[in-house]
Design a protein around this ligand. Structure first.
Ligand code: MN
Length: 512
């Protein structure tokens, strides 16, 4: 990667003064990294330049691109954060600082499955960095992507460590940010280094299958295209192939039987308007027999990371099973670029809403996990106990969306209970929760919520939290709020004693 390539690449997208600043940043970084080499033997500067180039490709705002150029200067060179702030401004310095903290945290973190108490400080740095500005993680993903693409120059043990960490931390992070394409790229690289024989085996499996079905799929595609034309629907129809790692994971679920996988290859139909998506679905279901259990409306109920599309799997008259994904151009852009799409250089003002210090109530539902991270970070900072399970649930578990009766969306980890929801809405609602209605029916305190549930909390002024509720919350947020309230009520001490007596009594009874 050369300076002129980056500048030429950036030229059409940014203002003239921004390009000048980029030029300046590249000179600064080149001087700072002078004499340093990558493991490949190339000058070090090709790495930050590649990262910046990727960020331009993702359409990130200029501050992120500048931070991409400068991201390793504070950690690896004589350059200081103060210098960067005075030369490139506070925002850029803030981002560089965040990226530096993440790398330092990572160094002590190892992989999460070996999560140990002494890594807490490092981890909390990571979380604080992420929580304050999600662009830090986007820059980190670009950084990781380039490091993975040059991983062959690393010693074997490092390759495995970095590959595993990529699959366990960075892939899920990209997914959480809705960055589908990046997630797939990370997984593809990482998997190929972590388990080369298995990677090759699955890759060959895909090749063999595709050879068989590409021509048949071409026929279906032509049929669909001509039918859409008849209905005057402007659409782009493309084939998409499942990623190697994602197929590998799915194969494990179906005992390795590739015949049970219907979406190895799918046809993607991209249209202009949301209404057209449903029209297209109707047309497809008139042409072919849909498999009823596989119709998914992720437009009305998006996936927790914000992904939207209609999915359907149909059986053609020649008994071919084909999956279709139907979406608008806008949804397609989000599915590929995810949160990065929100920091587009075109509307940098709008993107300010996502940045720094916003309360969870103003964040879109798919971003609420960011403020939840900040809470975990604060807790870690206070040296409070947090279990590995807790951490995994909050950070890397799957997420669900639930709704208030008014239609506000809330994002919770999978397995969340009604009280988690109540405390997420407001701590007063949690504290005075009396009963729950989910989708109109009474719902027990210990029954898990499902994606798409409409949850109503019935509150009573005189109803107060109980000690036993500690087993009825799963999120860190709800647990913190509940404990705080219990402490305030002074019930912890007195009730623990009382509860033990009651428990002892009842077990005596049972024993008799
Ligand atoms: Mn780097």
């Amino acid at each position: 990667m050369k300076k002129v390539i980056v500048l030429e690449h950036a030229a059409p997208f940014y203002e003239e003064d921004q390009i000048l600043e980029l030029d300046h940043a590249i000179d600064f970084a080149t001087a700072a990294h002078a004499g340093q080499k990558r493991k490949s033997g190339e000058p070090y500067i090709i790495h930050p330049l590649s990262v910046a180039n990727t960020l331009i490709e993702w359409g990130m705002d200029i501050d992120s691109v500048l931070a991409g150029v400068l991201h390793d200067t504070v950690e690896d060179t004589e350059a200081t954060l103060e210098q960067i702030e005075s030369l490139f401004g506070r925002d850029v310095a803030f981002l560089v600082d965040g990226v530096t903290k993440v790398s330092q945290a990572r160094a002590g973190m190892q992989d999460l499955s070996n999560y140990l108490p002494q890594t807490k400080d490092n981890l909390s740095k990571l979380l604080i960095a992420v929580g304050q500005d999600v662009r830090v993680i986007i820059i980190k993903l670009a950084d990781r992507l380039h490091n993975l693409s040059t991983l062959q120059h690393m010693p074997k043990d490092k390759q495995v460590k970095i590959a595993r960490e990529s699959l366990e931390v960075f892939g899920p992070m990209a997914d959480r940010l809705g960055m589908g394409r990046v997630r797939m790229q990370i997984e593809e690289f990482a998997f190929s280094f972590l388990d080369p024989p298995e990677f090759k085996r699955v890759q060959n499996l895909i090749k063999k299958r595709l050879g068989k079905s590409t021509r048949k799929l071409g026929v279906v595609r032509a049929e669909v295209e001509s039918e859409l034309k008849k209905h005057d629907i402007k659409a782009e129809v493309n084939g998409r192939v499942k990623g190697v790692y994602s197929l590998y994971r799915k194969l494990k679920k179906v005992d390795g039987n590739i015949d049970d996988i219907y979406d190895l290859m799918a046809l993607r139909i991209v249209v202009e308007r949301k209404e057209d998506c449903y029209l297209v679905l109707g047309i497809l279901h008139t042409m072919y027999q849909p498999m009823i259990s596989r119709i998914k409306d992720y437009i009305a109920i998006p996936k927790p990371n914000g992904y939207q599309s209609l999915h359907t799997t149909v059986i053609t008259p020649t008994k071919q099973i084909v999956e279709f994904q139907i979406r608008t151009y806008e949804m397609h852009d989000y599915a590929e670029r995810g949160l990065a799409a929100s920091f587009h250089y075109h509307d940098q003002k709008a993107s300010k809403d996502y940045i720094k210090g916003r309360k969870s109530s103003t964040l879109p539902a798919q971003l609420q996990w960011i403020s939840q991270l900040q809470e975990i970070a604060a807790k870690l900072g206070n040296n409070e106990e947090i279990s590995k399970d807790q951490l995994n649930v909050d950070l890397f578990g799957n997420r669900i969306f639930v709704y208030s009766p008014k239609g506000d969306i809330y994002n919770l980890p999978e397995g969340a209970l009604p009280l988690d929801f109540a405390y997420l809405v407001h701590s007063d609602i949690g504290n005075h929760a009396y009963s729950f209605r989910v989708n109109g029916s009474i719902h027990a305190f210990d029954k898990q919520l499902q994606n798409g549930d409409v949850v109503e909390v019935v509150t009573r002024k005189l109803s107060l939290p109980k000690q036993a509720w500690q087993d009825l919350v799963t999120t860190t947020h709800a647990r913190n709020k509940l404990r705080m309230q219990l402490r305030q009520l002074g019930v912890i001490a007195s009730l623990t004693g009382a509860a033990n007596i009651i428990r002892r009594k009842s077990s005596h009874k049972k024993a008799r």
